[in-house]
Ligand binder design. Structure first.
Ligand SMILES: [Cu+2]
Length: 210
């Protein structure tokens, strides 16, 4: 419970910090926020987010992604004065949150953090980010392709096209190696030989994870 409260506080604090500081604030800054609309894939060079399938992710849709690094520099403020056992949330970890609006209704999307920025082609965003890299690529081994070694943010939209998901992992991204969030057509598979697969890439969001 204290972890959830700490994360909520961290995200709330980050939101106020984002308003008070320029987007290019120098590290260590434990928060990253992206809020974008989806543009046609042909605009990928300048777009924050692109769609490859307008029937599932129309250009009127929008996305919000937040990353909060816990246990790193900049979090000292939370090491005192908290309730309960503070050591729970002093461990190193990363919290990622996504919310979407305007997507196809009542649809389950597979969503993951990928290694490369979005491009004009769906495959531009590269493979999934893995904390421990599978020596065999593409990785479909559940030992590596799982929501503890990767960041999975599968979500199901409501009838109004809104949805959200969150992920908590016990590690931090390697700098510069996690660059996007990809939205896939189907739910993420967990079976051996297909683990991590979620069908076609229907949209992509550039996120400069730290
Ligand atoms: Cu993916």
């Amino acid at each position: 419970m204290s972890l959830v409260k700490a994360v909520t506080a961290a995200v709330a604090m980050g939101a106020s910090m984002a308003m008070a500081t320029p987007a290019v604030a120098a590290p260590p800054h434990p928060f990253v926020f992206v809020h974008d609309g989806f543009q046609p894939a042909s605009q990928a060079k300048t777009a924050g987010a692109v769609t490859y399938d307008k029937s599932l992710v129309p250009t009127s849709a929008s996305v919000f992604v937040a990353e909060a690094r816990l246990g790193g520099k900049g979090m000292e403020k939370y090491h005192e004065g908290g309730e309960g056992h503070g050591h729970h949330w002093m461990h190193k970890g990363t919290f990622v949150f996504i919310s979407v609006r305007g997507l196809a209704a009542d649809h389950h999307f597979g969503v993951h953090v990928h290694t490369k920025p979005c491009g004009t082609k769906p495959d531009s965003s590269g493979p999934h980010y893995q904390n421990t890299k599978d020596p065999k690529q593409p990785s479909t081994n559940p030992k590596y392709a799982n929501p503890h070694n990767e960041v999975w943010l599968d979500l199901t939209t409501k009838s109004n096209g809104k949805g959200w998901a969150k992920s908590w992992v016990k590690w931090n991204f390697r700098s510069g190696e996690a660059r996007s969030v990809v939205i896939h057509k189907h739910a993420t598979d967990t079976t051996s030989g297909k683990a991590g697969q979620a069908g076609a890439r229907v949209a992509c969001v550039n996120v400069p994870f730290k």
